[in-house]
Design a protein around this ligand. Sequence first.
Ligand code: IYR
Length: 223
Amino acid sequence: MPYVPVPLPDRMNFPDAEMKARAEAFYQQIRRRHTVRDFSDRPVPRSVIEDCLRAAGTAPSGANRQPWHFAVVSDPQIKSAIRVAAEAEERNFYAGGAGGAWLQALEPLGTDPNKPFLEIAPWLIVVFGQRSGPDADGTIAKNYYVPESVGIATGFLIAALHHAGLATLTHTPSPMGFLTEILGRPKTEKPLILLVAGHPAGNATVPQHAKKKKSLEQIATFV
Ligand code: IYR
């Protein structure tokens, strides 16, 4: 495919003062996102999820190959099948499969093998990374930077869902191969994250531990 430059579209150009205000406002909004494990069964319109997925699909990716697939589940029977399979894996994990150090690291989160939210929340979005896929001519070719690309797209998705007022949980039952089977996805795709999305339950709590975020000084150096 030839290189065809086009003038930069959609430039947002703000005076410094407005840029500062916008950066601060975005920080104040994104810091209000919390990983939630107590969901309400209150329905969420499919169009909201669709727009959030469109936002995710604008993410940058290796060679613009967009190596992601979002399998979006609302069917109660599929949700139940996912819960049953996830809990089976989680029982092994918490019974020792994870190893002592990992389980100790999880203690302040208060998690356990029971995942009722997989049936209660209105939407489960299973994020797959495509190791290979069709290139511009339709030939199947290897993709590049798949975990990085899919991670960025999932970040966009989480931010979009939060912006819409929804709660999310990045759930990673381990191993996740059962999602390939249940959702009938090809073997060239790897399930990476199971994103649970919906409204939080009225009595939802978060672990105090999760509120402790590293300071700017801890996470950044300016050279
Ligand atoms: N997959 C398990 C365990 C778990 C692992 C990590 I790393 C977490 O940050 C949270 C949980 C579960 O979902 O319970």
